[in-house]
Design a protein around this ligand. Structure first.
Ligand SMILES: [Zn+2]
Ligand SMILES: [Zn+2]
Length: 291
């Protein structure tokens, strides 16, 4: 059983209202032994995506950013309140080439345990919104997402694992329609992975070459995809190409989603040829055997 959740958003993230305390109470109840907070730091996120519910939180900071001093203070206080739980301080950095200097300065200055690098925007457009698919269309929309990810990896940001590599598939209109109509979308997944196999292998190979890992983000199950992000096929590619570093996270924004579908993860890992998963402490990988 996986007893460590390494992708969690607390109220330090613009899109979460969950206190660190409530998350820890739930983690304890579930029998998790460790958690890693990975709040959003998505510098220069377009203000047009500022939702009314975000404004209600009353933060004066730019969208999807937090004050690192307060963040570390809060994780330290939470650690003291929950001595039985191992609590680590991570971050999910939204990568885009122009913010690289700021991102490098941040990870150099603060002692994060773990840094997830993620693509959340392509050319400043969020694929969550129809605007993205209107701008690019389905084919190009998927390709541009992977190309942007590859550019971010080539730009050599400072991160440990790349977040939810095929996140774009969550928002693919054909998948959303299938979900709405209760029809199958397995064929869509199979086709898009084979259509983009070359760039996906390039992404995974470069991550391996640069000593970086991937994550199994179980929010895909929460979205009803029936698969984690990335899809099992990509997890197998990563292993076949020699990848060893693989963290596990729920991407929970609420306590009730902690450890979501983690019971499915050991089998997914074993089928892909892994006998371990990875946790990060002070930016160093620790391989935890599957039992
Ligand atoms: Zn993310
Ligand atoms: Zn996240």
């Amino acid at each position: 059983m996986i007893r460590s959740d390494n992708h969690i958003h607390s109220s330090f993230s613009t899109d979460s209202r969950s206190s660190m305390k409530d998350i820890c109470i739930k983690a304890k109840d579930m029998g998790l032994s460790s958690i890693c907070f990975t709040d959003h730091m998505d510098y220069e996120f377009p203000e047009k995506y500022n939702l009314p519910e975000y404004s209600e939180k009353g933060s004066a900071l730019p969208l999807f950013t937090f004050d690192p001093e307060l963040y570390f203070q809060s994780t330290k206080e939470t650690e003291r309140a929950f001595p039985e739980l191992e609590i680590r301080t991570g971050i999910e950095l939204g990568l885009k080439s122009r913010i690289r200097p700021k991102a490098l300065e941040l990870t150099k200055k603060y002692p994060f345990d773990f840094v997830i690098g993620s693509t959340h925007l392509v050319e400043d457009i969020d694929p969550y919104y129809p605007e993205y698919w209107d701008a690019f269309g389905e084919e190009k929309g998927i390709l541009r997402y992977y190309e942007t990810t590859l550019e971010n990896i080539k730009a050599d940001f400072d991160f440990d694992v790349y977040g939810h590599i095929d996140y774009i598939l969550r928002y693919l209109p054909a998948v959303r329609d299938a979900l709405k109509n209760n029809s199958s979308f397995e064929a869509i997944f199979t086709k898009t992975m084979s259509d983009h196999a070359e760039i996906l292998r390039e992404i995974l190979s470069l991550l391996i070459k640069n000593g970086r890992g991937i994550e199994i983000n179980t929010a895909g199950f929460k979205y009803g995809l029936g698969h984690p992000n990335p899809h099992e096929t990509l997890i197998s590619y990563y292993r076949e190409l020699g990848g060893e570093i693989i963290s596990i996270g729920s991407d929970a924004h609420e306590p009730k989603h902690l450890g979501f579908s983690f019971e499915k993860v050991p089998d997914i890992l074993k089928k892909a040829g892994f006998s371990h998963y990875t946790e990060f402490h002070q930016r160093k990988p620790k391989q935890v055997p599957l039992n």
